[in-house]
Design a binder for this molecule. Structure first.
Ligand code: PLP
Length: 408
């Protein structure tokens, strides 16, 4: 006898969540673990945004708001899209949710019929395939190798489309790869989509403000306006404004889809937190200095960890944005650990780093493309440098031991 629905067999817990929890548990037990699993900025929410939250509490803004968000925040989101993305939306095309995650989840539930296919370029954010499955759809994973910059090419997109394809998920800047699509690359993907009228797009732009060098984020909806009526652009305040705990995300797209997303929300969580919405308004409309400063800090840290990893033999491309590197650990697959166990997969390699180097990372298996590990660089320069030293030592140990082992 079980109270658990059969539907639950379609999903697994978020792999990054599990790895982060394990690292936290080991730290709580007193182990000196450096966790590179974190999916959130280590900065504080900027002061003016925190004050806006406090003021909302003091002013009694503590009740339900409209399910789709306060008019003030929706207007601010519309202004943000116009100002930063060149996209124009009416109020009935915008929904505020409790994080981008909820908006994406509701969007899948509201758009996918049983058996519909959703194209998910790999490596992908861990939640997309499970969300699609929960909604009754089938994720179609398309491997996008390092040689392609971990990006979907028009050829691979065309080959993956079938009569059952309902949606393409795009995520730029991407988690876990940091890949940022250029305007030309998006235009080439859009050209394919224009040939397939029934295929919609969920464009997850949550890392929009974290880009490196001269790369700039562009939205596919802006690159090809003819896709606007079938594209849901998802964004939020979590990553750009260090507001992961406030739980505010938003989506903009076709009015009929937004209406259904709002309906789902009305029967599940109702409005997002009134206090957090007031804070998000301050984030979008206030000064943006910290966003830019934090981005420079991330870029500096990216260089620190990348240099250390490349030295250790973990080849990693320069990410265009977000705060992760996706490093190739293929060189270490098949090697023997000092305890004699063989590293057979990237999951084994991640396990070895945790046990030997006391550094927690997430294996590429969780993101649909192996053999890689994802390392977050959302932690201090000192800890990152220390993690680099430990990883180097562990990799040397592996290589050394394997050489000894291989000698007859
Ligand atoms: N999309 C991607 C690609 C993410 O990495 C994350 C968080 O890790 C989210 C969405 C969820 O963002 P939010 O905190 O707004 O729910």
């Amino acid at each position: 006898m079980t109270l658990v629905a059969s539907r639950m067999a379609r999903v697994k817990p978020s792999a990054s969540g599990v790895a982060a929890m394990r690292a936290r548990q080991l730290i709580a037990e007193g182990h000196d673990i450096i966790s590179l699993t974190v999916g959130e900025p280590d900065f504080d929410t900027p002061a003016h945004i925190r004050v806006a939250g406090e003021t909302a509490i003091r002013n009694g803004e503590t009740r339900y708001t409209n399910v789709d968000g306060t008019p003030a925040l929706k207007q601010a989101v519309a202004r943000k899209f116009l100002r930063e993305n060149g996209l124009s939306y009416e109020s009935n095309q915008i929904v505020i949710g409790s994080g981008a995650k909820q908006v994406i989840f509701n969007a899948f539930l509201a758009s996918i019929d049983d058996g519909d296919e959703v194209i998910v370029p790999a490596p992908y954010w861990v939640s997309y395939p499970d969300m699609v499955r929960l909604a009754g759809g089938e994720p179609v994973e398309v491997a996008c190798p390092a040689e392609d910059g971990f990006k979907l090419t028009p050829e691979r997109l065309e080959a993956a489309i079938t009569p059952r394809t309902k949606m393409l998920v795009l995520n730029s800047p991407g988690n876990p790869s940091g890949a940022v699509y250029s305007e030309d690359e998006l235009r080439a993907l859009a050209a394919v989509l224009l040939r397939h009228e029934r295929v919609g797009v969920v464009s997850d732009e949550i890392y929009e403000h974290i880009t490196f060098g001269n790369r700039r984020h562009v939205s596919i909806a802006a690159v090809e306006p003819r896709l606007m009526n079938r594209t849901l652009v998802v964004n939020g305040v979590s990553k750009a404004y260090a507001m992961t705990g406030w739980r505010i995300g938003y989506g903009a797209g076709p009015a009929d889809l937004i209406r259904e997303i709002v309906k789902l929300q009305s029967q599940s969580t109702s409005s997002a937190s009134s206090i957090s919405q007031a804070a998000a308004l301050a984030a979008l409309e206030g000064e943006q200095d910290e966003v830019h400063n934090n981005c420079s800090v991330f870029e500096r840290r990216m260089k620190i960890i990348r240099e250390a990893l490349n030295k250790a033999g973990l080849v990693c491309r320069e990410p265009g944005g977000a705060f992760y590197v996706y490093a190739d650990c293929g060189a270490f697959i098949g090697m023997k650990r000092p305890d004699g166990r063989v590293v057979e997969t990237d999951t084994d390699f991640a396990e070895y780093l945790l046990e030997e180097a006391k550094v927690a990372v997430i294996s590429g298996a969780a993101y649909g493309l192996s053999p890689f590990i994802r390392l977050s660089f959302a932690l201090s320069d000192d800890r990152l440098a220390e993690a680099g030293v430990r990883i180097l030592r562990a990799c040397e140990g592996l290589a050394q031991h394997s050489t000894i082992y291989r000698q007859p």
